[in-house]
Design a protein around this ligand. Sequence first.
Ligand code: AMP
Length: 112
Amino acid sequence: MESCIFCKIVNKELDAKIVFEDDTCIAFEDISPQAPVHILLIPKKHIESIDRIEKEDLKIVTHLIGKISEIARKRGIKSYRVVSNVGEESGQSVFHLHFHILGGRRMNWPPG
Ligand code: AMP
């Protein structure tokens, strides 16, 4: 999607600190980290959010979920939080599906 900043990162039209990439997904450092480790994992395909996953996208999403532990291990975090905000009220600000991988500090619950 042309106007989507994460699509621009996928297409290398916008710089990001990429930590992992394959044919299906890309992971990069969050520009405004909320923890010592804060990585965003996204599908290369533009999917708006978890709420917009179509049946044919499930393979992509499964692939992403499978990569999370690999990325976390690579960054040396054993305990971490995975977050995906869905919709504006939940805090979603970029409407391209992404999983926040946060770690390196103690997390609070419930989240704000
Ligand atoms: P959310 O608010 O859940 O949609 O998460 C969007 C995340 O994208 C936020 O944590 C932002 O800091 C992050 N972000 C926005 N623009 C960029 C960018 N150009 N490069 C890296 N992270 C970004």
